[in-house]
Design a protein around this ligand. Structure first.
Ligand SMILES: [Zn+2]
Length: 420
């Protein structure tokens, strides 16, 4: 445990980082922000005579007992493993009630000391959820001040920072899980019907993934939010983009290595009246989930290509706005500039965002149409490895498709005229 503890020490702390940026960018950039502690610990009361701060080994022992209790779904044993009083008791009970409802395939409770605060610990439920990537997912976590009583740890105060208190499943009052079509849909119990409808749409959504040869049945976790407030709680911070309603983000997990898939977030009410579009929306987000690994080893992960892959799979869009833009004297968002943009959303009106999505999708469809899937993957890799300058793009096109960039651009412009 000690070795594992040291390894995970900072990771439980840092896992809260920049989900928002990842959500908007849709491709991980890998910046880690320090944890913001938004709650001050309670004023130091005079400690009881025989009370002292709990040690790491005492908390490790408590976590091991809590793990057994959780695996046995034994609420009594859980309470005995993690004795607590007042708000800390309500908090640790809620932690059990939420995590016990999840269909984990493996789970353990991990306790990690918070540096510089003797007796303060992160307590996280870590494991694999319903066979979905990754195996070291942090499903829920809390921060406690713990004391030792008669050689055993007891939780005295919940000092979980605001930005991680409601993260992921803790955003839901009573989470339910619907598993169908390789989706693990998590929603509030009151939203069970919406969760089931979403899971059903996973079938037709998966049919669309064949365009990119994506046949994996590896489950993907989908959070279905009943409100924007619930979505914000679950993400741990505001995504900073009011227009975002459907998105993907990397799961929070212990290791810093990239995950193979991504989790999907859906703002349920945004689907009202758009039920027929649900499979397409899911196909778009599942494409992000399954193609994130295409970008892993590259210098850049151009958002335009990630969105291009997802929008091509989504289908059903009219490319007329792109034809209009190509016919205009000056483009509102030239292809090369859009390829260099880290975010297609930031500072851009929705029309410009949609135009970029059409540029990306048509570029993907063009490469698939004039070459094939193997060449498309090579093209994505080569562009991602380039410095995204004109010269870099030209070299990428030559290396992967055997044409100069200007020829590729001319062919693409003609091809756009043939699209719906
Ligand atoms: Zn997207």
């Amino acid at each position: 445990m000690a070795q594992g503890s040291r390894k995970t020490r900072q990771l439980l702390v840092l896992g809260a980082a920049v989900l928002a940026a990842a959500v908007v960018a849709l491709v991980v950039v890998g910046v880690v922000l320090p944890l913001r502690s938004t709650e001050k610990p309670p004023a130091a009361a005079a400690p009881e005579a025989r009370e002292r701060a709990a040690t790491a080994s005492e908390m490790d022992a408590a976590a091991a007992r809590a793990t057994q209790a959780l695996r046995a779904h034994d609420a009594g044993a859980w309470a005995a493993a993690l004795p607590a009083s007042g708000r800390a008791r309500r908090s640790v009970t809620a932690l059990f009630e939420h995590v016990a409802r999840l269909p984990w395939t493996t789970v353990r409770i991990v306790a990690e000391p918070v540096d510089g605060h003797p007796g303060r610990f992160f307590l996280g439920a870590v494991g694999e959820l319903a066979g979905a990537d990754p195996p070291d997912r942090i499903m829920a976590r809390r921060v406690y001040d713990a004391v030792a009583r008669a050689g055993r740890a007891a939780l005295r105060a919940d000092v979980t920072p605001r930005d991680i208190r409601g993260q992921q499943i803790m955003a839901f009052r009573a989470p339910v899980v619907v598993r169908r079509n390789g989706l693990v849909v998590i929603a509030d119990k009151a939203e069970q019907a919406a969760a089931e409808e979403l899971a059903r749409a996973g079938g037709p959504a998966r049919d669309r993934l064949k365009l990119l040869g994506l046949t994996s049945r590896k489950p993907v976790v989908v959070y279905c939010y009943a409100s924007r407030a619930e979505m914000r709680r679950s993400l741990g911070e505001d995504p900073g983009e009011e227009r975002v309603r459907f998105f993907s983000h990397p799961p929070i997990h212990l290791e810093k290595t990239p995950t193979w898939t991504r989790d999907v977030g859906v703002l349920g009410p945004a689907l009202a009246g758009k039920e027929a579009w649900t499979p397409q929306m899911l196909a778009h987000e599942l494409t992000h989930a399954y193609t994130t690994s295409w970008f892993v080893d590259e210098k850049h992960a151009p958002t335009l290509l990630a969105e291009g892959l997802a929008t091509a799979v989504e289908g059903g869009r009219s490319f007329q706005p792109l034809r209009d833009d190509l016919a205009a004297a000056t483009s509102r968002f030239p292809l090369e500039k859009a390829l260099r943009a880290r975010s297609l959303w930031k500072g851009n009106a929705i029309g410009k965002v949609r135009l970029a999505y059409l540029e990306g999708a048509s570029l993907v469809l063009y490469v698939l149409d004039h070459w094939n899937l193997r060449h498309l993957k090579a093209f994505v890799r080569a562009v991602g490895d380039s410095d995204l300058t004109r010269k870099g793009l030209d070299a990428a096109a030559r290396d992967s498709l055997g044409v100069r960039w200007h020829a590729l651009r001319a062919g693409w412009t003609s091809f756009v005229q043939t699209l719906p």
